[in-house]
Design a binder for this molecule. Sequence first.
Ligand code: PMP
Length: 326
Amino acid sequence: MTEHAVLGRYAFFGEKILPLAEAKVSITAHAFNYGTAVFEGIRGYHAGGEIYLFRLAEHYRRMEQSASLLRIKLPLPVKELCELTKELVRRNGFQQDVYVRPIAFKSSPTIKLCLNKLEDEFALYVIPLGDYVATDRGLAVCTSSWRRTNDTAIPARAKITGSYVNSALAASEADENGFDEAILLNEDGHVSEGSGMNLFLLRRGRLITTPVTANILEGITRETVIEIAAKELGLETQEREIDRSELYFADEIFFCGTGAQIASVGSVDRKQIGDGGIGPVTSRLQKIYQKITHGQDPNYYHWLSPVYSSQTVEAGNQETGVRIER
Ligand code: PMP
């Protein structure tokens, strides 16, 4: 199969939907030279012939924030970006789980660094995507020798392409040393997050995650986990700094993110966590998350944007202002 067949047939680029192969960026583009783009990753889950995009509007709201830091203006308001995304996924016609990648970038052909007065571009593409990391076993994870980029350098709460060099270095080092993933520490030695995912641990019955001031991306799955742990398991999450050594003594650890979903950590720096597999709380959260994302829990329909269907579901989607259609 050619790469383009794998990547889907249509993209949105240059203000229109066009064959993916025609969506090309110049080597002179500011973003290509300096990493001045912002992006999102959105999952679409295939169930019963439908594809449900998960928390679509929240992703675009975060993208607006990231874009404002880089002085990028998105071409459409959030509601219309949601509609456009649904249309593009529909046009690609996938009957499997997908991942949607919107990216907004500085396209001007200039070697000057200043972001002001540069042209902006926006593109959107869809790819099929299964697991990003294994979710059916405990991952072997290391703490990285690389430190997380600080808010004073490149804020991690903005999803900026250039800052993913930090994540890429950590993920590559982990891979070369035989690990599945990396946990990055901040300069002060406290835990930040994984290379492309947030982190939770369970210790003495308490669910704990790093605070939004720990140079993390403020994950939408993180928010989701905090909410479903409280509502479905009666478990409140403590948001506080986490020491590296607390990782070693945790009863359970899991990563969460759009790509990672909910993925158990079986060991950290070769020290086993729990029985090294998937802990009971992690396992319950995985099942709840799976149900919600696949349109099987009416209490959470408001998080889903179905792309194919045409009949309206009672609850509607208050987040996007778009009626849920099936
Ligand atoms: N941290 C980083 C660095 C990420 O790239 C991601 C993936 N977007 C996350 C956390 C998880 O964020 P979300 O749950 O919004 O996908």
